[in-house]
Design a protein around this ligand. Structure first.
Ligand code: ASP
Length: 438
């Protein structure tokens, strides 16, 4: 028998209808033995997520105000699900306990985690599987970092006797037994940890889209979906803004070489996107995998004659950033030039003092600032082996009259990044996308 871990996101568990779909999906494949639920999400755009309501209860209680109203919305929603599914599950005692805990000063992490906890109890009953509280198997250290060794061990001790289980997402426990959550959207991470813990053959991440798209659908109408990509390609696309999985969800499965399959609960027959380890051979189709991009960067271009021969120049430049606590994203350089590409969120109001420091410590011949820069990354594993890929990108941009302000191929060789003016961002994405559709 194989082992699949299935994480279901908030929209997949938003109401009874969705939970019925989940049950059909789970029953459809006997390998789907470990289920990691999120908390119920929005039923329609104006609806509220259970997790948001729980955070609201916590912050209201902290202000010593009544949180009866948001708590009632939470209770009603869970009770309705239990009722509509016809379950014989007494949630009232759990709800009373949670309400009392919040009243007596429970932490935000504990409070928020109850969304997944309650949903886990319901799913265990509904799917007729044992329930494992995530606090018993997912362990953080005292600094709040995931303790992967202790977590792996906890799974090893358990999973031998376990054929199936429901393990709520989003939280675990610290060495002193306190509940700790991951950052928002963290059930993806829990699913990856469970997949690693039970040595799954595949980690299925069920959501409301049929996988990753080649480009942002807000820019390209009906972009193609990506059938398969490597973890590295995903990392490059995700960093540049493509979002479907939590950033931190990759490392537990990547180390264990477990593929991730993004699936759509509303279209369970769609194969979705497969994210595979670098070691898995994937055909090079001679095209790109995807395009992603981010806006709001500033470039600081530093020029100095004979920079190449000046020992310690780069160190001095970068140590200024370190002292001012600024991280940079890219550092394209030439013989006498070095450009710092910095996200505006990092720069805030530090630009002037940064320039003063660069003048003072590096004595450049010229120092130019280019604000309003957007980065567009074209990602494809076949890029380094396929002649003409870069030419195609640059020709497409020039035909669309997009001025390229920066080029960075990086060392990963699966990514070409171009910097364009923010106002050209969408035009650049469209030009690159269409040239690879021809
Ligand atoms: N329920 C949590 C959130 O809304 C975690 C998750 O859904 O992944 O962030």
């Amino acid at each position: 028998m194989g082992t699949k871990v299935c994480k279901f996101g908030g929209t997949s568990l938003a109401d009874t209808g969705q939970m019925q779909k989940v049950k059909r999906i789970v029953q459809d494949d006997a390998d789907r033995r470990f289920i990691v639920p999120s908390a119920p999400g929005k039923r329609e755009p104006s609806d509220r997520k259970i997790t948001d309501l729980l955070y609201l209860c916590h912050s209201t209680a902290c202000q010593k105000k009544s949180f009866d109203e948001p708590f009632r919305l939470i209770s009603d929603r869970y009770k309705q699900i239990v009722n509509d599914l016809g379950l014989n599950l007494d949630l009232q005692c759990h709800l009373d306990q949670i309400c009392n805990d919040i009243r007596s000063g429970a932490t935000a992490d504990y409070t928020a985690s109850r969304g997944e906890y309650l949903c886990g109890l319901i799913m265990a009953d509904w799917l007729e599987m044992p329930f494992i509280d995530a606090k018993e198997v997912i362990h953080f250290d005292s600094n709040g970092q995931l303790n992967i060794h202790r977590t792996d061990e906890a799974f090893q001790n358990r999973s031998k006797q376990l054929k199936q289980a429901v393990i709520p997402g989003f939280y675990g426990s610290t060495p002193n037994g306190k509940i700790k959550t991951f950052s928002r959207g963290g059930s993806d991470i829990s699913g990856a940890i469970v997949a690693r813990g039970v040595q799954a053959d595949v980690y299925e991440n069920w959501t409301d889209v049929s996988g990753l798209l080649m480009a942002d659908p807000n820019i390209i109408a009906n972009p193609q979906s990506i059938d398969v990509l490597s973890y590295r390609e995903l990392r490059e696309l995700a960093y540049m803004g493509a979002s479907v999985l939590h950033d931190e969800a990759i490392f537990p499965v990547r180390q264990a070489a477990i593929p991730v399959n993004i699936r759509n609960t509303n279209r369970p027959n769609d194969p979705g996107t497969m994210i595979v380890p670098e070691t898995t051979p994937i055909a090079h189709t001679g095209t790109i995998t995807g395009i992603a991009g981010r806006k709001d960067f500033t470039v600081i271009a530093v020029e100095k004659a004979l920079m190449n021969a000046e020992i310690g120049f780069a160190r001095r430049l970068l140590s200024i950033l370190e002292t001012q606590n600024i991280s940079f994203e890219h550092l394209p350089s030439g013989i006498d030039t070095m450009s710092l590409v910095i996200a505006d969120t990092q720069l805030n109001d530090k630009l002037d003092s940064l320039l003063v420091e660069i003048h003072h410590s590096c004595h450049p011949d010229s120092l130019e600032v280019y604000p309003d820069m957007a980065l567009v990354a074209t990602v494809g594993r076949g890029m380094s082996q396929t002649p003409g890929m870069a030419a195609k990108i640059f020709t497409a941009l020039s035909s669309a009259e997009v001025n390229i302000r920066m080029i960075d191929q990086g060392s990963s060789e699966i990514n070409i990044i171009v910097g364009v003016h923010t106002s050209d961002f969408e035009k650049a994405v469209r030009a690159i996308y269409s040239t690879f559709q021809e």
